[in-house]
Design a protein around this ligand. Sequence first.
Ligand SMILES: O=C(Nc1ccccc1)[C@H](C1CCCCC1)n1c(-c2ccc(Cl)cc2)nc2cc(F)c(F)cc21
Length: 233
Amino acid sequence: KEKVEITKEQQALMKVIADAYNRHQIPQDVAKKLLQDQYSAEENFLLLTEMATSQVQVLVEFTKNIPGFLSLNHEDQIALLKGSAVEAMFLRSAQVFSKKMPNGHNEVLEDRIRRSGISEEFMTPMFNFYKSIGVLHMVQEEQALLTAITILTPDRPYVKDQQAVERLQEPMLDLLRKLCVLQHPQKPQYFACLLGRLTELRTLNYYHAEMLTSWRMNDHKFTPLLCEIWDVE
Ligand SMILES: O=C(Nc1ccccc1)[C@H](C1CCCCC1)n1c(-c2ccc(Cl)cc2)nc2cc(F)c(F)cc21
């Protein structure tokens, strides 16, 4: 039985990533707002654009704390952020959705999201992903590392120096693998399962522009930042 242990520098890396992730958490206020009231499709769309805009800003702050990120080629830094922002937002949404809340609240949240204005055809893939994240019961450190790994995906469009990104992503993958073995000793496939979720996440990337433009209302307005990050307008 291979003895897995976290090295000193891996402990330091974990602390940096976990602290950055906790510092730049989107407060649970989106879930709280949704639980407070039933909003119209227009109000929900506005809430989404506001939340998503602030989430991109939060993501940039988190990314700046990833060791080595700021020494990457500047165009590549932008390409990585642009390429991962939507996935990070869905990953964050899945984590918010999976949080155990007082009984009945999780059902209300799901119902509010189902009736928020999103077209019917996207409900299944989106909730399948949320539920597949939920059953994993990830700890904070795993969520933080998975977000960093998503950002440091070398084969995003327009990334020039893929090797440089791989060199940053590898230590994160190695650390996450060890963490999974230590946190979930009874689930040897857990690490592979986590990475499988990243593949599922990419398929949501594919749907997101259409999810927005098909929101049940007329005249979809986006912030300039969202036009940049999401392939809309
Ligand atoms: O705001 C949001 N997600 C967010 C969270 C964190 C940070 C940034 C964005 C939106 C809501 C959805 C209902 C209307 C209001 C916005 N949201 C989504 C979602 C995001 C993008 C598209 Cl295209 C479709 C759905 N899935 C969610 C799951 C949750 F548990 C949930 F609570 C909020 C969720």
